[in-house]
Structure formats: C-alpha cells, structure tokens
Ligand binder design. Structure first.
Ligand SMILES: C[S@@+](CC[C@H](N)C(=O)[O-])C[C@H]1O[C@@H](n2cnc3c(N)ncnc32)[C@H](O)[C@@H]1O
Length: 259
C-alpha cells in the first residue's frame, strides 16, 4: 500500500507526466484538488475508481480515507495541480502519512508557471537581463506570506517574478511591484494555462490593469512580470551556448573562436 502525490500539471490532460498517468491508471482510490484539477486529467484513471474532491474534506476526513486505504491495502493517487512542491499544502499530509506509518512517494508535475511561460512563448531567464525566477504568492488567510518576503521587497531584484494565488488582489500586487520595476517592464496575466478556457493578457506592468475587468481574472490566474518577456529585438541578449565561436566540453569552437 502506498500514497502517490502526483503533480497533475496545469490542466491539459496530456501535460501530466507519463509516470503520473500510469500511477493514476493503477490507483484504487483518488483524492484530488477539485478546484484546480480538471476532470479531464482524471480520465487517466479507471472510470470505476472511487474519487474524492479534497476541497470538500478537512484533514481529519482525509486522514480517515488514508487509514481506510491502509486497512484495505489500497494504492492511493493524491492528485495536486501543477507540481506538488509548490502551494499544495502537501507538507501536512506527508506528516499525517508518517504518523500513520503509510509510505508515500512524490511524482513531480509541470508547474503552472512553466505552462504560462510556454503559452507566452517566453524564456524567463535571459543573459544580462535576469537569471533568476522568483515564485511567490499573495498572502492568504490559510497561508500568510512572511513579512520578510513582502512583494515590494522581492520586486527590488527586478528578476522574473510569478505571483500565484493573487487574482483577488491584482491592484495591490501591481502597486507593490511598481515600487521597483519600471512601469514599462513587460507583464502578463495568464488564466487556466493549457486548458480550453485559457486566456492571456500581455502588456507592461504600468498598463496591465488598464480597462481590464478585474472580476474576470480572480481564479486560476498567474501574474508574471519580467524584463525577460521583452521581444528578442528589444533585448538582443542571447546566451553564448550556441554561438559557433563558443567552445565547451561537447563542441569545438569554429575556426577563430575560443579554444
Ligand atoms: C494552490 S496553487 C497551486 C500551484 C501548483 N502547485 C503549481 O505548481 O502550479 C494555485 C494557483 O496556481 C496558479 N495556477 C494553477 N494552475 C494554473 C493554470 N493552469 N494557469 C494559470 N495559473 C494557474 C494560480 O495562481 C492559482 O491560483
């Protein structure tokens, strides 16, 4: 008997990993975060496998399901959106499983921030622009963000920055970011990346919210701001990795290049 924490990916059923899909197909019991994991992803499972939306269950109820699975020797798929390591409230479940002496394993997933970068057709790290990606979230009642990590202080790095779970306070977030990012920094909102309802809104940080109906962007939305989102022509900053004159362990430089 084992519990598999499976990263479902951003929502497209073919963006779960091969391992995640295989384990989902083998599971005897499924617990999933219904507010974020679309039904389509669960189609990897056998149709008759019992499944529980954890949005409706508190931890004690989940504990009871895990204890039952242990008694009955069931394999459990615990499905989280994106990657389970980020904003999944998985730590308390893992603690619970340790208390119940239930073995568990984590299967990583495609996080929504990489799915958002993909749909924007962007690389979040660009030489001489930024080589850092900051993942943060809006403070929530259930999970406050430590004061030392307030958004304005993170903005001071002017790195690529993604705000999760912040759709309900976009104005506050943009104002905090503008304390350090210049208003012409490229920014985007992506909602339900990879899903049929996906929406993108690309602008500069200073104009991002102009004319936007904020109430339409509250759920399953990621805010990205990054000088790296600028167009190639604007930035003209490339890595030297594929430069013909650049040599490394696996490739010689062309004549006239460095040794
Ligand atoms: C509880 S967090 C889970 C994050 C998840 N573990 C991950 O790695 O993407 C939920 C937040 O992730 C972001 N999110 C999740 N799926 C998304 C998607 N398909 N498109 C855009 N943002 C998404 C939103 O900011 C949403 O409020």
């Amino acid at each position: 008997m084992k519990v598999y924490f499976i990263g479902a990916g951003p929502g497209a059923p073919d963006l779960i990993t091969v391992r995640g899909a295989r384990l989902l197909a083998q599971a005897d019991l499924i617990l999933y975060a219904g507010s974020l994991v679309p039904e389509a992803v669960l189609e990897h499972a056998r149709p008759q496998t019992p499944r529980y939306d954890t949005a409706r269950l508190h931890l004690a109820e989940q504990r009871e399901l895990y204890a039952r699975a242990r008694r009955e020797g069931l394999t459990v798929a615990r499905v989280h959106s994106g990657d389970p390591a980020i904003y999944g409230a998985t730590a308390e479940q893992m603690q619970l499983l340790r208390e119940l002496d239930i073995p568990y394993e984590v299967v990583p997933g495609v996080s929504s921030f990489t799915a958002c970068a993909a749909t924007l057709g962007a690389e979040l790290t660009r030489p001489h622009v930024t080589q850092t990606v900051i993942l943060t979230r809006a403070s929530g009642r259930a999970s406050p963000v430590p004061e030392a990590e307030n958004l304005a202080s993170l903005a001071a790095h002017r790195a690529s920055l993604c705000v999760f779970l912040g759709g309900h306070q976009l104005e506050q977030n943009v104002a905090a970011l503008l304390t350090h990012y210049p208003p012409d920094t490229p920014a985007a909102l992506v909602q339900r990346a990879s899903q049929p309802e996906e929406r993108r809104h690309v602008a500069t940080l200073g104009t991002l919210l102009d004319g936007l109906k904020l109430s339409e962007w509250t759920l399953t939305t990621l805010l990205l701001v990054s000088p790296a989102l600028g167009s190639v022509e604007e930035l003209e900053t490339f890595s030297r990795l594929y430069d013909p004159a650049y040599a490394h362990r696996f490739r010689r430089a062309e004549k006239g290049g460095e040794a």
